[in-house]
Design a protein around this ligand. Structure first.
Ligand SMILES: Nc1ncnc2c1ncn2[C@@H]1O[C@H](COP(=O)(O)OP(=O)(O)OP(=O)(O)O)[C@@H](O)[C@H]1O
Ligand SMILES: [Mg+2]
Length: 347
């Protein structure tokens, strides 16, 4: 397999750097279709930051989150002894801060953790993080908190919804205390729709879209990997600017057209499975869904007024991406668009 280097993203990198240069005031939501390169971009930008910034990156993707305790465990990092027991030390906050290595969870020791777990109160966790960030600032550095895949805590309840407590905390960190930069990334458009229409966030956050590559960026990316003109046009035709799909073609040494056709065939089969099993369960919903998909026959973008059940279904199956900011529906990728068109044509 080839080593695919990070490619371009000049504009998005510049936007994030400009935010980091200023005093923290707003929460930044990084959103976009699935596999567009959000996580990759965040990792790239943070890996290039100077020591002036202390980054706390938490990716909730692989975490199991059903309760408050799960959430706390996902946020904090504890030093372990080689036998797997939590290291007991008499570290102070200052000592914890000085031991921070780049891009990890939030460091904590046994004593503070007991406090944070006490009473199942998110406030305890947040007040600990606040103190830790103040300690970071006291050393002349700027804390940056990044939570990837935040939608995973969407339904966790702790005497009320955890997500609201968390939003309040983020507002406190940014707009009120100007203490830390807060970035939240998600590819869940239903979650973004909730964020976008959430009154408590009104005027307190900004949105940064990380989309698939545009055509010029895609071409440049493929040229780096020695694609012929024919291979470039096949790649654009089937994958559009979806990085993960392009990387798959880069890693295919022979018959890239065959590989692209195979990827399309697989996606078409999956979408058929999704819609026809729906028909077997719920013909009314099936008609709605097929109606929605038919709109993509001649168009790539379709406007919408609100997230209907049909849209919710297609978004939930990762076929459609709903861009709440622009009130637009698009296929999650070029491959999805082509597959949808074939499914409709064969219906
Ligand atoms: N700028 C880039 N240069 C090279 N490859 C990239 C780039 N961005 C993304 N990729 C490739 O695409 C894959 C998917 O990217 P990434 O996981 O960052 O997407 P994402 O938007 O975070 O996905 P998800 O929607 O699942 O959160 C990466 O593993 C990488 O192989
Ligand atoms: Mg990601």
């Amino acid at each position: 397999m080839r080593n695919v280097e990070f490619h371009n993203r000049e504009k998005e990198t510049k936007d994030i750097r400009a935010i980091l240069d200023r005093r923290p005031t707003l929460i930044t939501f990084i959103y976009g279709p699935i596999n567009s390169g959000k996580t990759e971009l965040i990792n790239h930008v943070t890996s290039e930051l100077s020591d002036e910034y202390v980054v706390f990156y938490i990716n909730l993707r692989t975490k199991f989150l059903a309760s408050y305790d799960d959430f706390i465990e996902s946020l904090f990092e504890m030093e372990m002894e080689s036998n797997g027991v939590i290291k007991k030390g008499k570290e102070t906050l200052a000592e914890l801060v000085s031991s921070i290595t780049k891009v990890a969870g939030i460091p904590i020791n046994k004593e503070f953790l007991d406090y944070v777990f006490k009473d199942n109160k998110p406030k305890n966790a947040f007040s600990y993080i606040l103190k830790l960030f103040e300690e970071v600032r006291a050393t002349g550095k700027q804390p940056v908190l990044i939570i990837d895949e935040l939608q995973k805590i969407g339904d966790v309840n702790v005497n009320g919804s955890l997500i609201y407590e968390l939003f309040n905390f983020f507002i406190d960190l940014t707009k009120e205390a100007h203490l830390a930069h807060v970035f939240v990334a998600t590819s869940d458009s239903l979650f973004m729709e909730r964020v976008y229409s959430e009154a408590m966030l009104e005027g307190r956050c900004r949105y940064l879209r990380v989309d698939d590559f545009d055509e010029a960026t895609t071409t440049a990316f493929l040229e780096v990997h020695g694609f012929t003109d024919d291979e470039k046009s096949v790649a654009w035709e089937y994958c559009g600017g979806k990085p993960i799909c392009l990387v798959e073609l880069v890693n295919t040494e022979e018959d890239r057209r065959g590989k692209a056709e195979e990827m399309l065939k697989i996606r078409k089969g999956q979408i058929e499975e999704i819609v026809y099993s729906l028909e077997a369960r719920d013909t009314e919903m099936f008609d709605v869904v097929m109606g929605l998909l038919s709109e993509f026959i001649g168009k790539e973008k379709v406007g919408y007024k609100y997230i209907s059940d049909g849209i919710k279904f297609l978004v939930g199956k990762n076929i459609i991406f709903a861009d709440s900011m622009n009130k637009e529906l698009r296929a999650q990728s070029k491959l999805n668009l082509l597959a949808v068109r074939e499914v409709i044509a064969n219906a």
